[in-house]
Design a protein around this ligand. Sequence first.
Ligand SMILES: Nc1ncnc2c1ncn2[C@@H]1O[C@H](COP(=O)(O)OP(=O)(O)OP(=O)(O)O)[C@@H](O)[C@H]1O
Length: 132
Amino acid sequence: MYDEKEHFSIKRRMKSFAFAFNGIKDLVLKEHNARIHVLALICTVILGILLKLELIEWILITIVSGGVFISELFNTAIEQIADFIEPNINPRIGLIKDYSAGAVLISSIVSVIVGCLVFIPRIIYLINSSFF
Ligand SMILES: Nc1ncnc2c1ncn2[C@@H]1O[C@H](COP(=O)(O)OP(=O)(O)OP(=O)(O)O)[C@@H](O)[C@H]1O
């Protein structure tokens, strides 16, 4: 609970980090989509190392990957709140969840587009240089 009189303390800040990491851990353990995103991220990093990406390309991949996980976390939080306040079928809750899922879809599409823009030219170059 927020208390204005609370003084800054390293211990409390560390606890806040622990709570935040707990949220991320829970997301990865329980949400199937998040596991797929973790797997996709691991494959992307391995491919990026193999293809020797440049700094700007790593920066782009970091930003779009972060966007996917951030949207996934917000989506899960919204779903949990929605289920908590309305356990029954309710079209408004359905639409709220659809909006939230739409955000994840957009961030995923953006990361796939960036991934294609970064990796496809390198793969084409590799194929061309090994055959010609
Ligand atoms: N209480 C509800 N009332 C009406 N429609 C709902 C309700 N709960 C879910 N829906 C509909 O079902 C869809 C899926 O909702 P659900 O909570 O199952 O998400 P999910 O499939 O678990 O999502 P994710 O794959 O991100 O975990 C929603 O986008 C919405 O269209």
